[in-house]
Design a protein around this ligand. Structure first.
Ligand SMILES: [Zn+2]
Length: 433
C-alpha cells in the first residue's frame, strides 16, 4: 500500500532563477492560449494534446517534462470547459488570458532529486538547477511531483507502507461541535478539543467580509480605491484560510494522537450533514447558528482525520448522530438538553453528565450495538480539555458604528470579551440531533 500526500510550504523570497522559470512557464502558457484561440476562431480542426506537444517541444528553457505537464494542464482546462459548454453553461470560457506574467512550474519525478534537506529541481539542458531548502518534517518518501509558485512549493510525496498497521482494537467515538470541536471518549477516559479558537476565526472572517462589501459598495467600479480594497480582502481571506487550516491540522493531529494513546484502531464520528459547509438551506435556524454551521469547515477536518489516521493505523467511520445528544445513556429517556450539561428529566433517573461526552458515549454505544442501548455505556464524569493552537487576540480595527448615541467600548478588553463571548449561548444552536 502506498500513501500519497501533498505538502505545501513557504520558501521565502523569490530568487531570480525562480522568477525566470515562472516567466518562462507563463510564456509557454500564453503561446498555447494564443494558438488555441487562433485555431478556434478559424474553425480549423480541433487540436489535440499530441499536436501541441509536438509543436511546443523544446522551444522553452524548461525541463521537457515540465513542458508536457503544463500542456497537460492546459488540455485538462480545455476539456472541462467543453464539458461545461456541452452541459449548457454558455458562460464557460476557454483559456483566454494570453498576457500572464507568471505561471506555475510543474516538475515530474524524473526532474526531482532529494538530497538531505534540499530538493534539486532540474530544468533541462543549459539551465541552472533550482535548489530549494525544505523543512525537516517533510515526510520521507519518493517525491513524485513538485509545483513552484510565488513563494511556495508543493511536493507530492509517495510513501510505501508494507504492512497496514493498526493502533489497537479499541473504539473511540467523537462528537463534533462548534464550541467543543470534538468530544472524544473510549468509554473510560475522555478528551475534549476546544473549538473556540476556530469559531473566533470564523466570526472574524464574517465580520471583515461584511465590512469589505459595505466599503466596496460605496466605491466606483474599477477605481483605485476599489482595487485596493479587493487586494486587502484577498489578503485577509488568504491569511484567515491559513489560520483555519493550521488550526484544523493541529486539532486533527491531537484527535488521532488520543486514539493512538488509547490503542484505538477505529474512530467513529457523528455524521452531521447539517453542519457541513454548503448544506445550510434545508434547516432554518437563527441567523447566528446558521452562520456558525454554514462556515464550519468540518469536511476539511474529516479529510485530515482520514489521512492522518491512515498513517497511524486509525480508521475513520461515520455514523448517523440522530438523538445521540438527546438520549439519556442511563435510562434511555429523550429530551433536548440546554446548556453544556445534560441532566436527565426522567424523575426516576438521576443522571447528570457533560453534554458533549454524553453525545460521544452514545455514538460509541450506537456504533457497537446498532442503537442506543440504555445503561450500556455511561460517559466519564471528568473531561480533559485541549486547545489545538493559541489563536491570537483578534484586533477589531473595523469601524465601530454608534447606535442611539451610546458610546461603544472599543478597548482591547471589550474586543477580547466579544471574541470569547458566546459560551452562554443555548446549546441547541448547534445540535439538531
Ligand atoms: Zn435518565
Amino acid at each position: 500500500m502506498s500513501l500519497i500526500s501533498v505538502s505545501k510550504f513557504n520558501i521565502g523570497q523569490t530568487t531570480p532563477l525562480q522568477t525566470e522559470l515562472r516567466r518562462e512557464s507563463a510564456r509557454l502558457w500564453n503561446d498555447m492560449v494564443k494558438l488555441h484561440k487562433f485555431i478556434r476562431k478559424r474553425r480549423w480542426k480541433w487540436p489535440f494534446r499530441g499536436d501541441f506537444e509536438k509543436h511546443f517541444k523544446s522551444k522553452y528553457r524548461l525541463h521537457s517534462q515540465t513542458n508536457q505537464a503544463l500542456i497537460k494542464k492546459f488540455f485538462a482546462n480545455i476539456e472541462t470547459t467543453s464539458e461545461n459548454r456541452k452541459a449548457g453553461d454558455k458562460k464557460a470560457r476557454y483559456p483566454y488570458r494570453d498576457r500572464k506574467h507568471f505561471q506555475v512550474v510543474m516538475y515530474k519525478a524524473s526532474a526531482i532529486k532529494r538530497k538531505g534537506n534540499r530538493v534539486i529541481l532540474s530544468n533541462g539542458l543549459g539551465v541552472k538547477k533550482l535548489i530549494v531548502r525544505i523543512p525537516k518534517d517533510i515526510p520521507i518518501g519518493k517525491i513524485t511531483g513538485a509545483e513552484l509558485s510565488f513563494r511556495e512549493l508543493r511536493l507530492t510525496i509517495k510513501q510505501d507502507i508494507k504492512t497496514i498497521k493498526s493502533a489497537g482494537s479499541n473504539v473511540v467515538a467523537a462528537d463534533l461541535g462548534v464550541i467543543h470541536l470534538a468530544a472524544m471518549t473510549d468509554g473510560e477516559t475522555s478528551e475534549i478539543i476546544v473549538g473556540r479558537g476556530l469559531r473566533s476565526l470564523i466570526q472574524y472572517r464574517n465580520k471583515k467580509l461584511a465590512e469589505f462589501s459595505r466599503l466596496l459598495s460605496k466605491c466606483k467600479k474599477g477605481s483605485r480605491r476599489s482595487r485596493k480594497l479587493r487586494v486587502a480582502k484577498a489578503k485577509m481571506l488568504f491569511r484567515n484560510d491559513n489560520q483555519q487550516r493550521n488550526f484544523l491540522h493541529h486539532a486533527s493531529k491531537q484527535m488521532i494522537d488520543y486514539c493512538v494513546k488509547q490503542q484505538a484502531g477505529m474512530l467513529v464520528v457523528g455524521d452531521c450533514i447539517n453542519m457541513s459547509k454548503n448544506a445550510r438551506k434545508k434547516k432554518k435556524g437563527s441567523r447566528r447558528s446558521n452562520q456558525m454551521n454554514s462556515n464550519n469547515p468540518l469536511g476539511q477536518l474529516l479529510t485530515y482525520l482520514k489521512y492522518k489516521g491512515k498513517f497511524q493505523g486509525v480508521e475513520l467511520d461515520k455514523i448517523g448522530e440522530q438523538y445521540t445528544t438527546q438520549t439519556c445513556p442511563k435510562c434511555g429517556h429523550r429530551h433536548k438538553p440546554s446548556g453544556r450539561n445534560y441532566q436527565c428529566k426522567n424523575p426516576e433517573c438521576d443522571f447528570i453528565g457533560v453534554r458533549d461526552l454524553v453525545g460521544s458515549a452514545n455514538i460509541k454505544n450506537k456504533f457497537e450495538n446498532g442503537r442506543i442501548e440504555k445503561g450500556y455505556l455511561l460517559p466519564p464524569l471528568v473531561a480533559k480539555y485541549r486547545r489545538p493552537v493559541k489563536v491570537p487576540v483578534i484586533r477589531l480595527n473595523c469601524v465601530v458604528h454608534l447606535t442611539d448615541g451610546m458610546l461603544l467600548d472599543n478597548t482591547l478588553d471589550a474586543a477580547q470579551a466579544l471574541s470569547s463571548a458566546g459560551g452562554k449561548t443555548p446549546s441547541e444552536l448547534f445540535h439538531v440531533a
